[in-house]
Design a protein around this ligand. Structure first.
Ligand SMILES: NC(=O)c1ccc[n+]([C@@H]2O[C@H](COP(=O)([O-])OP(=O)(O)OC[C@H]3O[C@@H](n4cnc5c(N)ncnc54)[C@H](O)[C@@H]3O)[C@@H](O)[C@H]2O)c1
Length: 259
């Protein structure tokens, strides 16, 4: 991409304090964007923003994206701080629960909680950025899905899988509804990318076997790293993808299609 390809835009990255979101924030910032590092873990978001640059180009905003009023307040703060073209990367998410048979999952503390973080929160954030995007006649929403969806595997992740499948439907619905307002809505669907965040989803002893199996199933037989996702994300955030909407960009080393 051209140097400074994003210098005209303000990017909100939810879940930007750790893992893939931190990598996305770094890439968007390096491409010239002003970056709002949004996370429920505000101290860590602040560390990320401070490491990126000064207050004019990177700032932390503490926000629980599952909380509608907190999301509205966060978008208000970001747009007051930096008026201008908006990009929303709906990245905050995660499986939350240890992998378990679907019939054992509790409806409220399991299913609803996972759906709330991985699907409803993306809708809440998208709704909140609609007014400023519509006012500009332009916007980019990148919803983070998962390459697991077309495979239905690994087992034991039914609420997460259902939420990420829902992200595809939500994306297509919003792309249709908001396209006339100049708003592009796409999914980026990563394959398996180990990050340094402690997670309960995979048994730590089984994780290396899972990692090796997935790498071997990919067309490109190597474990992916967060940087593998950053170029595709930058593309979806940039003017180069202005004719792309309602799409799923799968970045998985050729895993899902190799089933
Ligand atoms: N890592 C992978 O292999 C992989 C694969 C496919 C999809 N994904 C998706 O990519 C996204 C990031 O994954 P990751 O592995 O980097 O996760 P991670 O756990 O490393 O980071 C998630 C970040 O989201 C934040 N967060 C969690 N709940 C939040 C809330 N309610 N409000 C605001 N922030 C919240 C966390 O504090 C954390 O900083 C998720 O949507 C995940 O489902 C990851």
């Amino acid at each position: 991409m051209a140097d400074g390809a994003l210098s005209d835009r303000v990017c909100i990255v939810t879940g930007g304090a750790r893992g893939l979101g931190r990598a996305y924030a770094g890439r968007l910032h390096a491409a010239g964007a002003r970056v709002a590092v949004v996370d429920v873990d505000e101290p860590r978001a602040r560390e990320v923003a401070t490491a990126l640059g000064d207050d004019d180009t990177a700032r932390a905003f503490g926000c629980d994206v599952t909380d509608e009023s907190a999301v509205a307040a966060m978008v208000e703060q970001v747009t007051t701080t930096w008026p201008g073209l908006l990009v929303l990367v709906n990245n905050a998410g995660g499986a939350l629960l240890p992998a378990a048979p679907s019939e054992s999952i509790d409806p409220e503390s399991g299913w609803d909680r996972v759906l709330r973080l991985n699907l409803t929160a993306q809708w809440l954030c998208a709704r909140a950025v609609l007014p400023p995007m519509a006012a500009s006649g332009y916007g980019k929403i990148i919803n983070i899905g998962s390459a697991m969806v077309p495979k239905g595997w690994p087992a034991g992740l039914s609420p997460y899988m259902a939420a990420k499948a829902g992200v595809v439907g939500l994306t297509r619905a919003l792309a249709r509804e908001w396209g006339p307002a100049g708003i592009r809505v796409n999914v980026m669907a990563p394959g398996y990318v180990p990050v340094d965040t402690p997670k309960v989803v995979h048994d730590p002893e089984a994780e290396p076997r899972l990692r090796a199996r997935i790498a071997q199933e990919q067309c490109l037989p190597r474990t992916l790293v967060p940087e593998d996702l950053c170029g595709p994300l930058e593309f979806l955030a940039s003017a180069d993808s202005d004719a792309v909407t309602g799409q799923v960009l799968t970045v998985d080393g050729g895993w899902a299609m190799a089933a």
